[in-house]
Design a protein around this ligand. Structure first.
Ligand SMILES: [Zn+2]
Length: 130
């Protein structure tokens, strides 16, 4: 598949995923804000419900993170920088973008970055002293 064809396909997929996430994050949040109205409350279930609400919160956060990554990817498509490694500037292979459409680095740079992070270095080397 040509890169341009793939980019068009990726944009469609990312938009679909974004809409789906927006719906799900929105649904989770409205359920949270509804409180008692949305969920049947019962003394015995109160603890479980608290856990459920925590789960909903973290799910919404996860969704928001992914949503942010997708927005970023769509912005890159608009700017023509989608699929270019942020670290080394090379094209990220299509196979990798198919697997991880929001990837911003090639496998090599991603691994190097994750190793750095695992050793406790800050990603950009800033803010440690501040
Ligand atoms: Zn790279």
């Amino acid at each position: 598949m040509k890169r341009e064809e793939f980019l068009k396909q990726a944009e469609v997929l990312l938009r679909q995923r974004r809409n789906e996430l927006r719906r799900r994050v929105g649904a989770g949040l409205s359920e949270l804000s509804q409180g008692e109205g949305g969920i049947v409350r019962d003394q015995a279930d109160a603890a479980a419900e608290d856990e459920f609400q925590l789960f909903l919160c973290s799910f919404a956060d996860l969704g928001k993170n992914e949503l942010a990554e997708i927005e970023q990817a769509l912005e890159k498509i608009r700017q023509g920088t989608y699929g270019v490694c942020e670290a080394c500037g090379k094209n990220i292979p299509i196979a990798r973008l198919e697997a991880i459409p929001t990837a911003t680095m090639c496998v090599h740079c991603q691994q190097a970055w994750e190793q750095k992070r695992a050793r406790g270095w800050s990603a950009d080397g800033e803010d440690d002293a501040a």
